[in-house]
Write a protein that binds this ligand. Structure first.
Ligand code: HSE
Length: 326
């Protein structure tokens, strides 16, 4: 990670004793924009409570909601590792002590940007504790680094919307160029998580490294159409543009009942349906909440009939990203 050297003024008398932050889950790729598009949702999301303590260093006090799967070792846990990185960047690693309580409200390995929500919550919390010395844009490289620690690849299509809120485009990675896109106000996501584990690391290894030019032409036409549709709030254009011919055919194999869920969602009136991030969560993109509720209910009913447990979330696109809860 290359960061511009800059002097930040930290007023020690203004450092807060504690802060509690929520950061939202995200739907990366937005069906057709692999590694470049994503949006945040109002729920679920993760919470970080951070406490200033006398002994310098970063420690994890507790993690809830992870079924014991996440490391408590501050060097191995993504949240604390990123907080340490930020403190080191500010020259505060031997000056300041913080302890972290992480509460996960979403399943790990679900395709909902679980690690991103935690990382963003942690970095937003430490920045807030210090009196907000860094802008969101300045926090972004630390968030991307968290993604690299969590899954071995520094893609930004989860962390960018989790940090900025709304819909984001990663125009480029080197240097990182994040663009906020407009959010049509009736756009909803109906998410279903069939309870099987698909780690992002594995789901990325499956993808073919070469694509046919004719498929690339279809895909970039769809991405451009989707962006135009978002600017115009043109739901028909959004619907016909949100199609993925590059990644979905490979990853759908990992997701039980994928094509039947797609048929159900589209019959229920969804504008589009596809994989959320690297899966196994799937997402019905809809105009209005009612269609999202109907599509997810019918998908869950189908999965229950197949003996597959699932969770569902229906949400508008989140605006604003992380929030200080207290
Ligand atoms: N763009 C990433 C992928 C998102 O599809 O692998 C992971 O959630």
């Amino acid at each position: 990670m290359e960061l511009e050297k800059k002097q930040y003024q930290i007023d020690f008398s203004k450092i807060r004793d504690r802060v509690r932050v929520f950061a939202p889950a995200t739907v990366a790729n937005m069906i057709c924009g692999f590694d470049i598009l994503g949006f945040a949702v109002d729920e679920p999301g993760d919470e970080v409570a951070m406490y200033r303590v006398a002994e310098p260093g970063v420690r994890i006090r507790s993690i809830a909601g992870d079924d014991g799967r996440l490391p408590l070792d501050a060097d191995k846990n993504t949240v604390s590792a990123c907080v340490k990185m930020l403190l080191a960047h500010l020259g505060l690693e031997n000056e300041l002590g913080v302890e972290i309580e992480l509460t996960k409200h979403m399943p790990i390995g679900s395709g909902l940007g679980s690690s991103s929500a935690s990382t963003v919550a942690g970095l937003f919390a430490i920045n807030n504790l210090l009196g907000d010395p860094l802008s969101k844009a300045e926090l972004m490289p630390f968030c991307v680094e968290g993604e690299r620690i969590a899954c071995g690849h520094g893609h930004a299509d989860n962390v960018a919307p989790a940090l900025m809120g709304g819909i984001t485009l990663i125009r480029g990675y080197s240097p990182l160029d994040v663009i906020d896109l407009p959010v049509p106000n009736e756009l909803y996501a109906g998410i279903v998580f069939p309870q099987v584990d698909v780690p992002t690391r594995d789901a990325r290894q499956l993808i073919k490294q070469k694509v046919l030019l004719k498929d690339a032409v279809t895909q970039w036409g769809n991405i451009a159409g989707l962006i135009a549709g978002l600017y115009e709030s043109d739901y028909k254009l959004i619907s016909r543009s949100m199609q993925d011919v590059l990644i979905e055919p490979t990853r759908a194999i990992l997701i039980p009942e994928f094509y039947e869920m797609k048929r159900i969602a589209l019959s229920a009136g969804a504008l589009s349906f596809g994989i959320s991030g690297s899966g196994p969560s799937v997402v019905a993109i809809t105009r209005g909440r009612d269609v999202a509720e109907r599509a997810t209910a019918e998908i869950q009913q189908h999965l229950t009939g197949c003996d597959i447990d699932s969770l569902k979330y229906v949400s508008a696109v989140n605006i604003g990203g992380p929030k200080v809860l207290g």
